[in-house]
Design a protein around this ligand. Structure first.
Ligand code: GTP
Ligand code: MG
Length: 536
């Protein structure tokens, strides 16, 4: 077994406060009532009539950004009344984005597909068709994954490349499922998916040898957990999957072994395991313990809730609909005007609003708003939307720009101070001023350089309550793997970011080099309002 990674900075008090989800620890009493599943758009459930573009190279960010968007905007010819009814319906139910993460082949797409099947989004005929198609490709067991893996390359290789997107509803919640790829070449796609998510389903294979490979250093179980935490996924449902596999046979010992190994690792990754993490055994392939509770004839020892129950009653922090408008732009296109796509991280966007696109300070007006395929009058924080704007050309927008309110626009900077946790440097290199990497922060992807190491943080000492015992600041020349360091980061283009303590979603980031995540961090200081650098 690989040793656990060193404990780290993101479990600090500041983080805990910023990430403090109103938790519900016990799931023993799920809300009464069945989970009804009215048909909603299930993009991935539809026929893959149009093939998606081929796999992007790992660093080809632009393509990745656009690959993420699998839904086409349908102009709504619905009468006004139905627009209002939809809006009312939306207001009644909360909306959650849930990203499926985990090591390659853990069963993310299969579980996602099974959820859509169980919730009535995919009919038996389609499943039969997929079974045949999978068989023809000598991938019999992959048919459930075909619901989420819609393009030819994904189906042929049995690997998700693009983040699959689909919708389903339970009694209390409208869910958008984001099915991330597990393969390490597609980590940038996973980052894009996780950055849109509120909660995560971490899928772990219990099959002999598979849990071990995913959990090892270099395995994506670890990398995905760290990335998810950094990207704002504060609640995790850990599904221990493939419990039906002959090497597992619903063994309680195997389940306990995996939970036992994952728990300290999740803790060291910054998750409060009691409040923010819920484990359960499932079989994604058979659909066991998913929509309905475990059948005792399948597994005697599990008395806990099933996946739908947990998803239904998971609590997420209330976002402030009256906060400043912040919508990082993921992608944009022309459609009789300029349409931008992204998730509203804070504030509410309504038709007719006058807003500003940062960092180019372009004043814009909101012409129309779409949530999924529906036209709505306004959209609240947490919603993934498409917004048609006037006052700006599509060419003048790039992914990473942020739609803000006029009175309190997001700052645009070329440098900031960050608290970084170094995970694993390539070839065990040392981390010094002059280190260059690729910065991923909300939808921004930029080359950056570390220009100064300001302070190395001794986490053990930081926890001591007596400030006199604290060591004086030590400015290090270099740090190594596992270190937590405050440093200054520079980029050459203006980027829109905020302090983590003000806006976790716009203040947490990852650094990657050569396709590998080498550090996670949070913004601790930005230049004064109105200036891009610390020195005027
Ligand atoms: P990537 O997208 O490549 O990261 O993989 P994934 O995590 O989406 O895995 P996928 O759903 O494609 O499944 C991989 C393989 O595991 C397929 O052969 C599935 O049939 C198999 N599998 C998934 N879930 C289960 C399960 O619950 N039980 C068993 N026995 N096999 C499963
Ligand atoms: Mg997959």
């Amino acid at each position: 077994m690989a040793p656990p990674i060193p404990s780290h900075a993101t479990a600090s008090d500041a983080d805990a406060a910023a990430d403090d989800w109103a938790a519900r620890d016990d799931f023993e009493e799920p809300p009464a009532g069945s989970h009804s599943h009215p048909p909603v758009a299930a993009a991935a459930a539809e026929e893959a009539a149009e093939e998606a573009p081929p796999a992007p190279p790992a660093e080809d960010i632009k393509e990745i950004e656009s690959n993420l968007q699998s839904l086409e905007l349908q102009p709504s010819d619905a009468p006004q009344d139905s627009v209002q009814t939809e809006a009312e319906e939306r207001n009644r139910k909360r909306h959650l984005n849930v990203v499926f993460i985990g090591h390659v082949d853990a069963g993310k797409s299969t579980a996602g597909g099974q959820i859509l099947f169980l919730s009535g989004q995919v009919d038996d005929r389609t499943i039969q068709k997929y079974e045949k198609e999978a068989k023809d490709k000598s991938r019999e067991s992959w048919y459930m994954a075909y619901i989420m893996d819609t393009n030819e390359e994904e189906r042929a290789k049995g690997k998700t490349v693009e983040v699959g997107r689909a919708h389903f509803e339970t009694e209390t919640t409208r869910f958008t499922i984001l099915d991330a790829p597990g393969h390490k070449s597609y980590v940038p796609n996973m980052i894009s998916g996780a950055s849109q998510a509120d909660i995560g389903v971490l899928v772990i294979s219990a099959r002999k040898g598979e849990f071990e490979t995913g959990y090892e250093r270099g395995g994506q179980t670890r990398e995905h957990v760290l990335l998810a935490k950094t990207l704002g996924v504060s609640k995790l449902i850990v599904v221990i999957n493939k419990m039906d596999d002959p090497t597992v046979g619903w063994s309680k010992e195997r389940y306990d072994e995996i939970e036992g190994k994952m728990t300290p690792f999740l803790k060291s990754s910054g998750y409060n395991v009691k409040k923010d993490v819920q484990f359960l055994p499932i079989s994604g392939l058979l659909g066991a313990n998913m929509k309905t509770r475990m059948d005792k004839s399948t597994c005697k020892w599990w008395n806990g809730p099933c996946l739908f129950e947990i998803m239904d009653c998971i609590e997420v922090p209330l976002r402030d609909p009256k906060g400043p408008v912040r919508m990082p732009i993921m992608d944009k296109y022309k459609d009789m005007g300029t349409v931008v796509m992204g998730k509203i991280e804070s504030g509410t966007i309504s038709e007719g609003d006058n807003l500003v696109v940062m960092p180019n300070k372009a004043n814009v007006k909101v012409i129309s708003i779409y949530c999924d395929e529906d036209k709505v009058r306004s959209a609240a924080p947490g919603e993934n939307v498409r917004v048609k704007l006037s006052g700006i050309e599509e060419e003048d927008i790039a992914a990473g720009f942020v739609v803000s309110n006029v009175g309190n626009p997001v700052g645009a900077v070329t440098e900031f101070n960050a608290q970084l946790q170094i995970l694993e440097l390539l070839d065990n290199a040392i981390f010094t001023a002059g280190y260059k990497a690729v910065l991923h922060i909300h939808s921004v992807v930029e080359e950056c350089e570390i220009v100064d190491l300001i302070e190395e943080i001794d986490l053990k000492r930081k926890k001591e309550s007596d400030p006199k015992k604290k060591k004086p600041k030590r400015k290090p020349l270099f740090v190594k793997n596992g270190a937590v360091v405050v440093c200054r980061v520079q980029v050459s283009n203006l980027i829109c970011i905020e302090n983590f303590s003000d806006s976790p979603q716009l203040g947490r980031f990852t650094l990657r080099t050569e396709g590998k995540t080498i550090a996670v961090g949070k913004v601790v200081a930005v230049p004064p309002a109105g200036s891009a650098t610390f020195k005027a």
